[in-house]
Design a binder for this molecule. Structure first.
Ligand code: 26Q
Length: 746
């Protein structure tokens, strides 16, 4: 099908007599036909991205854009009296929960855009990340049945299904292919588990609760299920195309492990080669060493997966034997290298009855990478310090990126058009041309401010519709949107907002420019503190939004069910991006990059990719505050007494609203627990583990400085534009080029 035929068929569609969902499915099917017709044959050498999460969001507009059909479709529908935005209600595939999953989606987009053969493998969850409702200020989780309106962007491949064997059951893995359109068409293959009721559970939920043994086993099954399906298929293809010489396997296949979740793929490859093809163990391990690379996305200890060896033995006995064998080899290798017993135990993939997936990945992986410069340094100097001492060449950095196609062209058509006018359209294919903007910033500040107002208006209309909160035109917009976690410190923003609010009321904060603080976040269902923070923010929002004394100056919104599509609106309509994690704990952040590209200044700590962002866009065009990694280390070494930082009345007043009756936690005691976490600590951590009280004062000051600076609209617009102009480095096109050249060699 060519474009003329597509347009013809679209024009023939009898839109009047169809409901939105049928129309959506039919247009999508036409676009799929058009897109898959152009798909080319496989490349000689392919890279595969194994990931437990692919947070793709809505495919409809993005795919039409990538296929060059968006404008035509919009016009043809308009002729029929249909606004293309009606499809916004329909899908938002949340097969992931945050940064790691969205990064996977951006990477696939960039690889297709650059014409590089990178394909994804993951799980086709029946239910994606829960849909979030807010009841009485509390998060309530509802199932996300993302396929309820159909799934026109996937093709079921019945004939390519595989059998995955566990000790106690066999499960069919049925592939669903989602083409990834761009300069070339790549493939995202998601496996669905079929068979007995037990079997189907494997692909039912993203992150089922794993606080019971049953839950842990289910998660282990999920990880093995998709890793084994992927590796099994790649081996089979290799044998079909090249015979059973597996020494050439790594010449055709390179596999990136997205965090530890797919790391069992290593053991599975060794198992298949030794058991099914009778390759010697050392040879098989050698093949694995040349095939796999590992990306770490977090230094939080609770996220570094360890599997209880007894459970592995029970569920996957053959994989267990392989792991034990790899461990034996590892111990021997490390002893030969002269490592001490202590060093060996630090790097060991097996110790005290459990398997460390990170240590397995570091030992076997060809490369180990962090996702921002600081993060990679932390991997080298602390998390994997010993491994770095013996295998320094494995370690490299790949600073994250985001796709400018979804995160600028699609979500901010208006700014994109402004950029076209200023520097031409070349940046759309070659994003580094965005830098040309630096040469004409002064000339376009006014039109930029107009675009920003327009995007704010669209965002405010949407918030009015979804949240029922009205925000007056042109309020200054501060946003903090990301997963809810104590280390990301949404609680610190909540305190800062309260301080500003009380300051406005008692006259200590003067000439405050009307502002709104937008929060969006989901908490893991079992994470009590994070849920308490959501409740606290909602209480604050209710109080502030209903105060007639401050109403024309300050608003707070917690948007419910924050997701990719909501993010597309928020990043475009924001002035100030809040990125305030405790230094050393946010591996990179990618939301920070989306905001930057859309012309927001960053108000943040020296953490993750914030550091590189302000280096590129200029410290003077952003607002850095708070403790650095070195400061935090010093505080930990010399002792930190958070109570000292509560001596100032304005801080105390804000923090004590948790316990003084200002707000209600509906009798749950969850606010008192938050308060205690800051002031006395808990059995598993000291007081104020994330240095909220330490950074609070400089945070409030930064927020107020920004507010004052906004008085000079032109100067502020220049700062914002400097961010857009220097954001090309944070395109995932750049990141993917680095992976392709330095790790994958594709
Ligand atoms: C671990 C054990 C058991 C159950 C779940 C998990 C688990 C699940 C998801 C651990 C970690 C994750 C997700 C991590 C994540 O999203 N990390 C983010 O990755 C982004 C992309 O590199 C970075 O930008 C963020 O800084 C990082 O937080």
């Amino acid at each position: 099908m060519d474009k003329t035929q597509f347009t013809l068929k679209l024009k023939e569609l009898d839109a009047k007599n169809k409901n939105v969902i049928d129309l959506y499915n039919e247009i999508s099917a036409l676009a799929m036909e058009f897109g898959t017709d152009k798909a080319e044959k496989s490349a000689r050498r392919n890279a595969y991205y194994l990931s437990m999460e692919f947070l793709i969001g809505r495919s409809f507009y993005n795919n039409l854009m990538e296929l060059g059909l968006l404008q035509e479709t919009k016009e043809i529908l308009a002729d029929k009296g249909i606004d293309i935005n009606v499809f916004e209600e329909i899908e938002d595939a949340a097969l992931g929960n945050g940064g790691l999953g969205r990064l996977a989606a951006c990477f696939l987009d960039s690889a297709a855009g650059l014409g590089l053969p990178l394909h994804g493998y993951g799980i086709r969850y029946k239910y994606g990340l829960f849909s979030q409702a807010i009841q009485n200020g509390f998060q309530v989780e509802l199932p996300d049945d993302w396929q309820r309106f159909g799934d026109p962007w996937s093709i079921r491949r019945e004939d390519e299904k595989r059998l995955i064997k566990f000790a106690d059951m066999e499960v069919a893995a049925v592939p669903y292919d989602m083409p990834v359109f761009g300069k070339r068409t790549n493939n995202l293959r998601l496996w669905q588990a079929e068979g007995s009721e037990e079997a189907q559970k494997i692909s039912e939920y993203l992150y089922p609760a794993d606080d019971t043994e049953e839950g842990k086993i289910l998660r282990l099954r999920q990880e093995y299920f998709f890793s084994a399906a992927a590796v099994g298929e790649l081996v089979e293809k290799h044998v079909k195309n090249h015979g059973t010489d597996f020494n050439s396997f790594p010449s055709y296949n390179t596999i990136q492990l997205n965090d530890t979740h797919p790391v069992l793929a290593i053991a599975e490859l060794v198992r298949i080669l030794t058991a099914d093809y009778k390759i010697g163990f050392e040879n098989a391990l050698g093949v694995a060493e040349k095939t796999f690379s590992y990306t770490n996305h977090t230094v939080m200890p609770e996220a570094l997966e360890c599997w209880n060896a007894e459970i592995v033995k029970k569920i996957l006995p053959d994989v267990y034997s392989v792991l034990i064998e790899i461990h034996r080899k590892q111990t021997q290798d490390l002893t030969n290298l002269g490592c001490s017993d202590k060093e060996i135990s630090e790097m060991s993939l097996y110790s005290s009855g459990s398997f460390s997936m990170a240590n397995l990945a570091v030992y076997v992986g060809k490369t180990v990478n962090g996702v921002a410069q600081l993060h990679t340094e932390i991997l080298k100097n602390s998390l994997f310090k010993t491994a770095y001492k013996y295998f320094p060449d494995k370690f490299e950095n790949k600073t994250n990126g985001i796709t400018q196609r979804r995160w600028l062209m699609l979500c901010n058509n208006e700014l994109s058009a402004l950029i076209d006018g200023a520097i031409g359209k070349g940046w759309r294919d070659n994003v580094s041309e965005l830098e040309k903007l630096n040469g004409c910033i002064e000339q376009i500040t006014e039109s930029f401010t107009a675009v920003k107002s327009q995007k704010k208006k669209q965002l405010f209309d949407y918030i009015k519709k979804c949240e029922g909160v009205e925000i007056p035109d042109n309020f200054l917009v501060y946003s903090q949107v990301k997963r809810l976690h104590e280390y990301k410190r949404q609680l610190m923003t909540a305190f800062a907002v309260l301080e500003i609010y009380y300051g406005i009321k008692n006259g200590t904060v003067k000439n405050f420019i009307p502002s709104v603080f937008i929060f969006g976040a989901k908490s893991a269902p079992g994470y009590k503190r994070a849920k308490a923070i959501i409740k606290f923010i909602n209480e604050i929002a209710d109080k502030i939004n209903s105060d007639v004394q401050t109403n024309n100056l300050l608003k707070v919104v917690f948007v419910h069910n924050y997701n990719v599509s909501y993010a597309e609106k928020i990043v475009a309509g924001t002035d100030v991006s809040l990125q305030v994690s405790t230094a050393g704990l946010e591996a990179s952040g990618t939301g920070n990059m989306k905001f930057m590209m859309n012309g927001a200044v960053t108000c943040g700590t020296m953490d993750g990719a914030n550091i590189e962002i302000v280096e590129k866009a200029g410290f003077e065009n952003n607002y850095i505050f708070g403790a650095t990694v070195e400061d935090i280390e010093k505080l930990k070494r010399e002792g930190y007494s958070p109570l000292n930082y509560l001596s100032k009345p304005e801080h105390r007043k804000a923090v004590e609203t948790l316990t003084d009756g200002t707000f209600s936690d509906n009798g749950t005691g969850c606010f008192k627990d938050l308060y205690n976490s800051l002031t006395v600590g808990a059995s598993w951590h000291g007081a104020d583990n994330y240095f909220v009280l330490y950074d609070l004062e400089s945070y409030v000051n930064a927020l107020l400085t920004i507010n004052r600076d906004y008085n000079d609209k032109k100067k502020f617009a220049i700062k914002q534009l400097k961010n857009t102009a220097n954001s090309a480095y944070f395109s995932s096109d750049r990141t993917i080029k680095e992976y392709a050249e330095q790790i994958w060699k594709i």
